[in-house]
Write a protein that binds this ligand. Sequence first.
Ligand SMILES: Nc1ncnc2c1ncn2[C@@H]1O[C@H](COP(=O)(O)OP(=O)(O)OP(=O)(O)O)[C@@H](O)[C@H]1O
Ligand SMILES: [Mg+2]
Length: 340
Amino acid sequence: MGFFDFMTQEIAIDLGTANTLIIHNDKVVVDEPSIVAKDIILNKVVAIGKKAQQMHGKTHKTIETIRPLKDGVIADFSAAEQMIRGMIKMIPRRKSIFSPALKMVICIPSGITEVEKRAVKDSAEHAGAKEVFLIHEPMAAAIGIGVDVLEPKGNMIIDIGGGTSEIAVISLGGIVTDKSIRVAGDNFTTDIRIYMRNHHNIDIGERMAEKIKINVGAALQELEEPPANFAVHGRDLMSGIPKEIIVTYKEIARALDQTISQIEQAVLAALGQTPPELSADIYNTGIYLTGGGSMLRGLDKRISLKTKLPVYVAEDPLRAVARGTGIALKNTENFPFLIR
Ligand SMILES: Nc1ncnc2c1ncn2[C@@H]1O[C@H](COP(=O)(O)OP(=O)(O)OP(=O)(O)O)[C@@H](O)[C@H]1O
Ligand SMILES: [Mg+2]
């Protein structure tokens, strides 16, 4: 008897490279970083989510932290499965004597291969799901933002997550144009680490780079509301001694410039592949941004300058996909685009 036997029976999962969210009864019940910590000697998971994240970069020989997803897809099956199981266990549950079938809707990147799709389904089934539906991430994002995806009208959504940036034009319940690139928030973090090495001779960890991104990350060299400078801590590459340096958002904008250009190019390519009637709709409604990466300061403005279109960042962009996946869970009969 598994842990599913005690709880209700329908959940939606946004299985992300950076964060995994679970929706149950319309509420976000789990919101955790997609990380597991494993004891290598015992081959046992010792922590999941936030607890594992606190260990990330601070482990010793016997403990290893793993991010089971890379570039939006499962890179480490067994770790992914254990993570899904562990996160499902985190759902506050109501005791019940029934053991109903568990229905899951899980979102997947639109550029995913058949083999990768199978991997997600298998992991969910091994974790106890009886009925699994998959939904493409940009579709879930659009639904989460409140777009009527079944309408004969074009809407462009850009979801910039940790591992992938997905650009899609949706109309009549389908993805018409779709461009998925494996360049997103994680690349911003890596750019910052490389920049710090090359320009300040300082070696910083992934978590510090992430903090820099959140505190002084920027897509433009000129911001109307500039953030305060940020104190960076790391190890001096020459002396090996801990060191502090102060960075400005302008520097980070420079560090991220090329990666952001890659996203811009993908957006232009997607617009170029969009049929004219839908193009006309997008001209009128603009572009919606979601995903954690869309919170980078000035990114909306930068994309707007590049495309000459209005660009809007969704409300609560980190949760738009999860919200949409949750709505799909309640509409499995009405949404023909769900994949069984
Ligand atoms: N304020 C912020 N500014 C810039 N980036 C941010 C901010 N907050 C979070 N992020 C970044 O957003 C990313 C996570 O976003 P999100 O949770 O949407 O990704 P995900 O769904 O896990 O990934 P994917 O969809 O690619 O599988 C991380 O790279 C994180 O560093
Ligand atoms: Mg995502």
